[in-house]
Each structure stands twice: as structure tokens, then as C-alpha cells.
Design a protein around this ligand. Structure first.
Ligand code: ADP
Length: 596
């Protein structure tokens, strides 16, 4: 699922990218077409760095005004003005006769028919008089030319005023006028050729006009790029001449170049737009996209051959939350499954073990019933057949029959008691009882067993213990079970101690043997119903696995508890704790009054 989600997220990103790309493409195309339209109808657009006519397969740069150049050249041809100018220049530059040259320049001024001719001759006259050393006269002429402003230009399109300005500036005059001239010239950028711009840049530098120099520097760079473009136009035209508008990248910084038909004109027009200056025309989310030439980014399609764009990063998908959520859910589901599996396994195992224990129990009970019954029947028959039996033998037989029937009744008691517990019908008649009396009764009931099998039962009863609230018979049954176990599991030891003592607020009844003991891992289970320790000794010791279950149930029903302390091979101590009954007293001599 996570992999699928990742693929989905990737597809979303791709689709988003495609969408943004196509939006950018149409945004860009419409912005460019807007600029082109504006540049070819009205003046120009700020982003359009170049708008030039394409004449006979050549690009005419806007400042290459041939009309100006032609008019200027014609005025220098065989007119009286032209003759004087040429003569003056020969005197000035070749013969170095400056006074004659000045005379001819003055004569040219007289002959001038156009104000531009007048200004041109005045400029040359100023140069000559400056060389002669007549500074005042020179400055006057220069000033007159400066005042003509942007109006008169030489054959290279350079305003004549720009020739007069440096001489005046060197002399430290007309600073403001020159600054105004620069500002005026910059208003119509299309007429400023590279030579004009370089002169303006020099002047701005000399004037320290920090606001003008960076603009002029940029324009100079753009003019150089425009001239490079002009040289490259034949190659570009082949690619540009298509029906659909096509924008081709050129140079660095990137210009986007396209062809347009000028409204009302016949010649096509080439428009170059600075990619960097398009930013403000695109939607804000696209402003940071970068147009590049080459392999980087994504291709911009047929309208922009060779152009790629690097789009800004889209909004990242919020996959983190659902991913983490999914992982957590998966972990949770797996944990729950494992836990449920464990519970199931535990129940099945417990049920299996219980079934096994139950079947063991059935066979144990059958065995337990059969053994004493067989003995009883056997000894009874012997006595009946032998009328002359020795009285000692008869007494021994009767003892055995008594012991076996007691064992039988203990077993039946246990099974019945257990049945009642299982059915929830076990009831206890709690009365104030002296435990010493209960213990004595138990010992007496158990006397046959100990007496016959050579056991020594030490009784250790702490005197003067308070009474407890107890069901006398039930408690006795519990003690008898413990004593029976002590005998069964004593191995070769023949000593058992039955102790009654105080343990804080409880009376503690302890049955201590020195027999086979119980392994630590078994101790946790021996109080469970039907449980019998899986030891090799137990194979030969009869039992049902009910005795301790009843002991524990009886102790708990009295508000007490049962426990064991044992070590394999070192014997065991079983303890039943019964809380003392507050406020209850046992009549003096109650213990003596107990009947067996
Ligand atoms: P059982 O009829 O088998 O004696 P119990 O519930 O009385 O059943 O005892 C459970 C198991 O506890 C016994 O099978 C035996 O392994 C162990 N056990 C009980 N009492 C003693 C003891 N005094 N010494 C050693 N093991 C004992």
C-alpha cells in the first residue's frame, strides 16, 4: 500500500509538473505576443530590447538611420558648403594652417543652408580656434552647438552636441546643460547607436552621474548583443519564418527573438524580448521560473525550439502524515493480531493441558479407588475364611482395613468437595474455633497412618493463640491433605512436623517434611487442579492432583492463604494462614472439648 501510495504521489507530482509546465508555456507565449504586439504598433515595451525592420534579409538596427546619413553626406558633396568644409579640413589636418582653416570654416557657415550644416561647421570652427588658442571664441561656438541638443547628427547618427560637450566639460563649464542633454537623449533610446552611447557613457562618468552610468552600461551591452544578433540574422530567419509564432533564444542573457508584421508596414519586423524582464508579465507563481538553453529543465515545446525552463518547486505533497499513519496502523494491526494469536495459543494450550490433566485425574481416581477397595476385600475375605486366626493377625488386618477405608473416605471427601467447588456450591460454616483443637483432631484421625508406616509426627503448637473463624471439618480436611502428602512424598525420611504458630495477624499451620521436595518451576503449578509434578517419583506415588487445590481453596475461603517453601531433595514446608478472629473468644478448654 505504501508503495502504491508512493507511486500515486509520484504521479501527482508528474501531473502537477506537466500542468504547471503547460500553464507556464501558455502564460509565456501570451506575454511574449503581448509585448510583440505592443512593440510593433505603438512605441515599444520595456521588455522588448530590440525592434528592427528586416530589409532584404538583413536586420536594420533602429539607430542605423540611413536617411540622416544620406542627408549629411549630400550636404558635403559639391555644394559651396561642402567645398569650404573640405578645404578647411585640408588646411587644418594636412597643411596645419589653422588660421586659413578657420577662415574656410567661417565661409562654410556663411554658405550653410540648413541649421545642421551651420552647427557642423561651427563645431569644426570651435575645434580649430581652440587649437589656435582662442579659447573664448571656441567655447562660444561649442556652446551654440551644445544648445542644438539632440537635433543635429553626423553621418554616424551621433548628435553634434555630444562632440561639443567634452570640450566644455574639460573647461569646467555647462555641467547642468550637459546633464540635461544626456537625459534628453535617453528619452528616445531607439536613436542611440553604439558610438553615441559610448560618448554618453564617458560624459556620464566624467559628470559622476551614478544614476545614468548603469543604465548606459546595460544599453551598451544590449547594443553589442543586438549587433551580434544582426550578424546572425540570416541563420535565424530560416528558423523564424514559420506560420505559427516561434520564439528562438539568442545570446546570454537570453533574448527571445521572433518575427512580426508591422501594422501598416510591408517589411517584417524582428522583435527581441529579454527573458529576464518578462518576470513581471507572468503570473506570480511562475515568476521564479528560469528559462535556459540546453539540456537542463524541461523543454518548452514547438513554439520555443531549443528552450528549456526550470520551474520552481511545486507545493510538496502531504504524504508524510498518511505514510506515518499507515505504518502505525500496520504496526498496531500486527501487534493486535500477534497478541490475539498469543491469547488463542495460550487458551488452546491450557485447554489441552487441562484435558490431559482431567484424563490423568480419571485414571488416578479409578486407581485410587481400586487399591483400598482391593485391600479391604482381600483382608475381609481372609478373616472370614480363617476362623482360627491369631488375634494379633486379626488386629493387624482390622487396622489395615480401617486405614484403607479412611484413605478411601478421604479420597471420596476430596472428590466431593472438589465437585462442590467446581459447581460453586461449596459452603463453609465459620465458627470461632481453637486451631489447636482442630490440629489435635487431625493428628488423631491420622494416627493410623503414621503409626503403621513408622512415621514420627512431631506436634509443635504455640500456646494461647487467639481463635479463628473457621469451618472445622474443612480445615481438618486441608490439614489431613497436607499430612497425607507429607507421608506420600517423604521418600526415605520418616519425620514430619505439624506446627501451629503466630505469623503477624495470622495463625500459621505448617506441615514440614524432609522428603523429595519440589522443583522451583513446579511450585507455581502444584496448587492448580489436577496438577501433579512431572517427576519420576510421582510415577509410583498415587495421587489425583486435587489435594493442594482444595487446601488452597479452603485457606482462601477463610480469608487466608496457602503457600509452599521447598527445595528438591530437602523437603517441603506447606503453610496455611488463617487470620485471627477479632473480638471472638474460644471458651476455655475448647481444645479439650474437641471430639475425634
Ligand atoms: P496429589 O494427589 O498428586 O498429591 P496434590 O494436589 O496433593 O495432588 O499435590 C500436587 C503435587 O504436588 C503432587 O503431585 C506432588 O508432585 C507435589 N507435592 C505435594 N505435596 C508434596 C510434598 N509434601 N513433597 C513433595 N511434593 C509434593
Amino acid at each position: 500500500m505504501r508503495e502504491q501510495e508512493r507511486q500515486l504521489a509520484r504521479r501527482h507530482v508528474d501531473e502537477d509538473c506537466q500542468q504547471r509546465l503547460s500553464r507556464y508555456r501558455s502564460d509565456l507565449l501570451s506575454a511574449l505576443e503581448r509585448v510583440k504586439h505592443q512593440a510593433t504598433t505603438r512605441h515599444t515595451h520595456e521588455a522588448a530590447v530590440l525592434v528592427g525592420a528586416v530589409r532584404e534579409g538583413k536586420l536594420v538596427l533602429p539607430w542605423e538611420n540611413e536617411l540622416d546619413a544620406k542627408r549629411f553626406r549630400r550636404s558635403l558633396e559639391d555644394t559651396a558648403f561642402g567645398i569650404h568644409i573640405r578645404r578647411a579640413e585640408r588646411e587644418e589636418l594636412t597643411e596645419r594652417r589653422l588660421d586659413q582653416a578657420a577662415e574656410h570654416y567661417r565661409a562654410a557657415i556663411m554658405e550653410a543652408r540648413l541649421p545642421s550644416e551651420r552647427a557642423y561647421a561651427g563645431l569644426l570652427l570651435a575645434r580649430t580656434t581652440q587649437k589656435i588658442g582662442r579659447q573664448g571664441e571656441a567655447r562660444k561656438e561649442y556652446r551654440a552647438v551644445l544648445q542644438s541638443g539632440a537635433e543635429f547628427r553626423d553621418e554616424y547618427g551621433v548628435p553634434l552636441a555630444l562632440y561639443a560637450a567634452p570640450a566644455l566639460l574639460d573647461a569646467g563649464s555647462e555641467r547642468n546643460e550637459i546633464l540635461q542633454l544626456l537625459h534628453a537623449l535617453m528619452r528616445d533610446r531607439s536613436r542611440l547607436g553604439p558610438a553615441t552611447l559610448h560618448r554618453m557613457r564617458d560624459l556620464a562618468g566624467k559628470l559622476g552621474a551614478a544614476d545614468l552610468t548603469p543604465v548606459l552600461d546595460r544599453w551598451i551591452g544590449e547594443h553589442e548583443q543586438a549587433e551580434a544578433l544582426q550578424a546572425d540574422v540570416p541563420r535565424l530567419l530560416a528558423r523564424l519564418a514559420t506560420e505559427d509564432p516561434v520564439w528562438i533564444p539568442f545570446g546570454e542573457p537570453v533574448w527571445l527573438v521572433s518575427l512580426a508584421a508591422r501594422i501598416g508596414g510591408t517589411e517584417p519586423v524582428l522583435v527581441a524580448v529579454s527573458a529576464a524582464r518578462l518576470r513581471g508579465l507572468l503570473s506570480p507563481s511562475m515568476e521564479n521560473a528560469r528559462i535556459v538553453q540546453g539540456k537542463e529543465g524541461q523543454p518548452l515545446g514547438d513554439s520555443f525550439p531549443g528552450l528549456h525552463v526550470i520551474l520552481p518547486e511545486g507545493t510538496p505533497q502531504k504524504a508524510g502524515f498518511s505514510g506515518t499513519f499507515m505504518t502505525l496502523s500496520l504496526v498496531l494491526v500486527m501487534t493486535l493480531t500477534l497478541f490475539a494469536g498469543y491469547l488463542l495459543w495460550r487458551d488452546v494450550r491450557r485447554d489441552g493441558r487441562l484435558a490431559e490433566l482431567r484424563s490423568n485425574f480419571v485414571s488416578s481416581v479409578s486407581h485410587e479407588l481400586r487399591t483400598p477397595l482391593t485391600s479391604i476385600r482381600m483382608f475381609t475375605e481372609r478373616m472370614r475364611l480363617d476362623d482360627e486366626m491369631h488375634p494379633d493377625t486379626r488386629a493387624e488386618y482390622l487396622d489395615t482395613i480401617l486405614r484403607e477405608s479412611e484413605r478411601l473416605s478421604r479420597l471420596v471427601d476430596n472428590v466431593l468437595c472438589f465437585a462442590r467447588i467446581e459447581q460453586g456450591r461449596a459452603t463453609y460454616d465459620l465458627q470461632p474455633v481453637s486451631l489447636a483443637g482442630v490440629i489435635e483432631n487431625a493428628v488423631r484421625a491420622f494416627g493410623h497412618v503414621t503409626g503403621q508406616s513408622g512415621f514420627r509426627l512431631d506436634l509443635d503448637v504455640a500456646p494461647g493463640l487467639p481463635a479463628v473463624l473457621a469451618d472445622r471439618d474443612a480445615l481438618q480436611q486441608a490439614i489431613l491433605n497436607l499430612l497425607g502428602n507429607a507421608v506420600k512424598y517423604s521418600g526415605s525420611s520418616r519425620e514430619i512436623t505439624l506446627r501451629l504458630e503466630r505469623e503477624n495477624e495470622n495463625a500459621a499451620i505448617r506441615v514440614i517434611d524432609h522428603g523429595i521436595g519440589i522443583a522451583a518451576e513446579e511450585q507455581a503449578h502444584i496448587f492448580e487442579r489436577f496438577y501433579r509434578a512431572a517427576t519420576s517419583e510421582n510415577q509410583h506415588i498415587p495421587g489425583t492432583g486435587l489435594g493442594l487445590t482444595l487446601v488452597d481453596h479452603i485457606a482462601t475461603a477463610h480469608g487466608g492463604s496457602s503457600s509452599v517453601k521447598s527445595c528438591t531433595g530437602a523437603g517441603s514446608t506447606f503453610t496455611i494462614r488463617i487470620p485471627f478472629a477479632h473480638g471472638s473468644t474460644v471458651p476455655a478448654g475448647a481444645a479439650v472439648a474437641e471430639q475425634p
